[in-house]
Design a binder for this molecule. Structure first.
Ligand code: ADP
Ligand code: MG
Ligand code: MG
Length: 212
């Protein structure tokens, strides 16, 4: 029997938390170049709270309830810009997944789009501003392309993760136009955006787990 979307969401949050804990120091160092150096601890704190909240949700709860609890906990606990954005994104992701008639690649792709739109409306940034969106938008596009070509969720995730990795690396060439790194923009050039890199850490971990 296939597991419920809520159970998958719970497991993937735990997987993401584990992956971020391994990379937290590197993410903090990256954020210290032009930001305040807290991106690693913030992501770890937020994801730990999110994963714990998802675990506490009722066993029968739907994916919307689980991801709303997780997203709210992330936003409240992380205490940074990225936490508020990730938190809002999870709430939108869950609402969209819960409303979908089934969780094929097309509908999962639509939920990813809703999450990205939420990040744009909350943070006011666009691709090109050197934020997490510079990894998320290419992830979304590659996912949708693979889904349109008839790929299943796993295949679309693999295509999306590969695009996100490449795009996160390419943020090194950009100059920040949003967030805390903007005043120190020239220091940031030559280094990738911390939030774009942490997005690839999460997506890579999710993609690996879904392939198992
Ligand atoms: P803070 O900047 O509050 O310390 P973090 O260090 O946790 O928060 O997160 C920094 C990351 O957040 C940046 O690298 C960038 O990817 C992302 N970010 C910052 N501002 C925005 C924004 N307005 N829209 C989208 N992403 C943003
Ligand atoms: Mg920071
Ligand atoms: Mg901070």
């Amino acid at each position: 029997a296939s597991r419920s979307a809520a159970a998958v969401a719970r497991e993937l949050l735990a997987v993401a938390r584990e992956a971020i804990s391994v990379e937290a120091e590197r993410l903090g160092d990256l954020d210290a170049i032009a930001g305040d150096g807290d991106h690693g601890v913030g992501m770890l704190r937020g994801l730990t709270a999110a994963s714990d909240a998802a675990g506490r949700a009722d066993a029968e709860a739907g994916v919307d309830t689980v991801l709303e609890a997780a997203g709210d906990a992330w936003a409240e606990t992380a205490g940074g810009t990225s936490g508020a954005l990730w938190g809002g994104a999870l709430v939108s992701l869950g609402a969209s997944l819960a409303a979908a008639p089934d969780l094929d690649a097309e509908h999962v792709g639509a939920a990813i789009r809703a999450a990205r739109e939420r990040i744009e409306s909350l943070g006011g940034a666009q691709p090109g501003d050197k934020t997490m969106l510079d990894a998320i938008a290419p992830f979304e596009s590659a996912f949708a392309r693979a889904a349109g070509d008839g790929g299943d969720v796993r295949r679309a995730l693999s295509a999306g993760a590969a695009a996100a990795r490449q795009a996160a690396d390419a943020t090194a060439d950009l100059s920040p136009r949003r967030g805390r790194a903007r005043p120190l923009a020239e220091r940031s050039v030559g280094h990738p955006d911390p939030g774009a890199v942490s997005f690839t850490v999460v997506v890579d971990a999710v993609e690996r787990r879904m392939r198992q």
